[in-house]
Design a protein around this ligand. Structure first.
Ligand SMILES: Nc1ncnc2c1ncn2[C@@H]1O[C@H](COP(=O)(O)OP(=O)(O)OP(=O)(O)O)[C@@H](O)[C@H]1O
Length: 232
């Protein structure tokens, strides 16, 4: 589904990654690990179509995502470091706005339930704590109805409850069938990609709330600093 060939990226005369190739099939999960500054966010932004790699190409169902971005843009959702929410809107208004952009109003309830946003729906985004802000941003994954999720540090600022909710979302999105693919960046230049297995906690009802939106959900790419939390 997503085919990456010989990706390289140089920034400020420093090679961040070189000749990185991997394929991501539906239902796969890719975990990107590496030291601070090694290029994880840069790689994700390249895969999202936001930062062309120095060389190599990325194809989504045989379409180069930089030459033919339209199909790809509507097929993926990206949650970066910045939550990209509107300060002056309430939580509900933010979610409604995203659903309006994607024409997915029928997914609003599932998104609210899955992130358990009911207590803050009428609060202005600017008045929320960091953890709640992150939860609101993650709700965008659900209303996007995207095949591919890119999440940069998904667990940043989350408490244990929210952490479990996000693990559930990841599990449901990828249907937990296939082994993960782990891409590791070491010392900024050495790249390896291999299969690994992540164990997830038992789900706690989120699946039911997500039922209607499940069909379109297939692949997840995450950058994570705390790999061991998924494995233990
Ligand atoms: N806008 C930019 N312009 C130039 N260089 C940048 C820019 N953003 C990041 N860099 C550089 O690219 C390198 C990789 O940064 P990146 O944010 O991809 O790393 P990371 O692995 O995600 O780091 P962290 O774990 O700290 O979030 C760093 O050396 C950084 O200084």
């Amino acid at each position: 589904m997503l085919e990456c060939k010989n990706l390289s990226c140089t920034r400020n005369n420093k090679t961040l990654f070189k000749n990185l190739s991997f394929n991501a099939e539906p239902q796969s999960k890719i975990l990107i690990t590496g030291q601070n500054g090694s290029g994880k966010t840069t790689l994700i932004r390249s895969l999202c179509g936001l930062l062309p790699p120095t060389s190599g190409n990325i194809k989504y169902y045989d379409n180069d995502i930089y030459e033919n971005p339209k199909l790809y843009t509507s097929a993926m959702a990206y949650i970066g470091h910045k939550n990209a929410c509107k300060d002056n809107l309430t939580v509900m208004q933010n979610i409604e706005y995203w659903a309006g952009v994607r024409n997915t109003r029928e997914l609003i309830i599932a998104a609210v339930c899955c992130l358990q946003l009911q207590p803050v729906l009428n609060i202005r985004y600017s008045e929320l704590s960091s953890g709640w802000r992150r939860r609101v941003a993650l709700a965008r994954l659900l209303v996007s109805n995207a095949n591919i999720w890119f999440i940069d540090e998904p667990f940043c600022n989350l408490d244990n409850t929210a952490y479990d909710l996000v693990i559930n979302l990841i599990k449901i999105h990828s249907e937990q069938n296939d082994p993960d693919l782990e891409v590791q960046i070491i010392d900024g230049t050495i790249i390896r990609a291999h299969a690994c297995t992540a164990e997830y906690k038992k789900d706690s009802g989120a699946q039911e709330a997500l039922g209607r939106s499940k069909d379109g959900l297939q692949l997840l790419l995450i950058k994570k600093m705390i790999l061991h939390r998924l494995k233990h």
